[in-house]
Design a protein around this ligand. Structure first.
Ligand SMILES: [Zn+2]
Ligand SMILES: [Zn+2]
Length: 259
């Protein structure tokens, strides 16, 4: 089984005591690559350190919509510097809109989102998009800022088939996380069947959102296997062949050559 976790937060304090063991379990489960995702200035520095330590960990730098109100000019400059100069930084984000929790005002979220797409286009790296209860605005901004030119992924996709189709039309990949395995998965099983095989990837978003049967625990990259297997079941696909295809998609999305 070859797997790739396109969205993890390995630098979070949840993993500080046993990250080596967590990564070994991931490798034993077949995970060939993981991308650890920055969310603010502090974590953007931390993800680069981690990605330099292991050949199978890469990083993205970004400002999460929750932190948008606190973003300063210096934060954008530092993010651009890392994205431009660090070869282990393979994308920008996570970035986007979160109108569910609204921890930053919507106008600050939109401004910070647009600014990061602009940086991504200028450094030529893909965007990792977070979207919660904000699909119309997110799609409008992605279109207006021509995110398709640099490519990217809708992480932890939470929309329906109609939204998925519009994301695909923009040239983005769709990433499914643990919630597709939940009993209350809503439209996600249908989305898992709908997205063409060459545009789909999977992720854990660990330490959050563990797939069934691990709900309530700390999530970790090894469990991306459970999400991939569940998606294969929904599609009536061979799990090993699908996992191989999803891994190849992830490498293409982040322009990574896997060993
Ligand atoms: Zn997110
Ligand atoms: Zn995340």
């Amino acid at each position: 089984m070859r797997l790739f976790d396109t969205h993890a937060h390995l630098h979070f304090p949840d993993f500080k005591d046993d990250l080596d063991t967590v990564l070994d379990r991931a490798r034993a489960a077949g995970v060939r690559g993981m991308v650890t995702i920055g969310t603010d200035r502090e974590t953007n520095a931390a993800v680069v350190v981690l990605a330099k330590r292991w050949p199978d960990v890469w990083a993205t730098v970004g400002i999460h919509p929750h932190d948008a109100a606190l973003a300063s000019e210096a934060d954008f400059e530092e993010m651009e510097r890392l994205a431009r100069n660090e070869t282990r930084v393979v994308g920008l984000g996570e970035m986007g809109l979160d109108f569910f929790r609204n921890l930053s005002p919507p106008d600050a979220q939109q401004k910070v989102f647009r600014r990061q797409i602009d940086i991504a286009r200028r450094v030529g790296k893909p965007v990792v998009v977070h979207c919660r209860d904000a699909h119309e605005d997110t799609l409008a901004i992605l279109g207006e800022e021509r995110a398709g030119e640099t490519g990217g992924v809708m992480h932890c996709f939470s929309g329906d088939v109609a939204i998925a189709r519009r994301c695909l039309d923009l040239g983005l990949y769709i990433s499914l996380a643990g919630p597709v395995t939940y009993k209350n998965a809503r439209a996600l099983p249908e989305v898992a069947r709908f997205v063409p095989e060459d545009r789909l990837v999977v992720e854990t978003d660990c330490p959050y959102l563990p797939p069934t049967p691990h709900r309530g625990k700390r999530n970790e990259p090894a469990w991306v296997a459970l999400t991939a297997e569940h998606v294969a079941g929904l599609r009536g696909a061979d799990p090993e062949a699908l996992s191989d295809a999803l891994t190849a998609n992830a490498a293409k999305l982040f322009r990574i050559t896997l060993a």
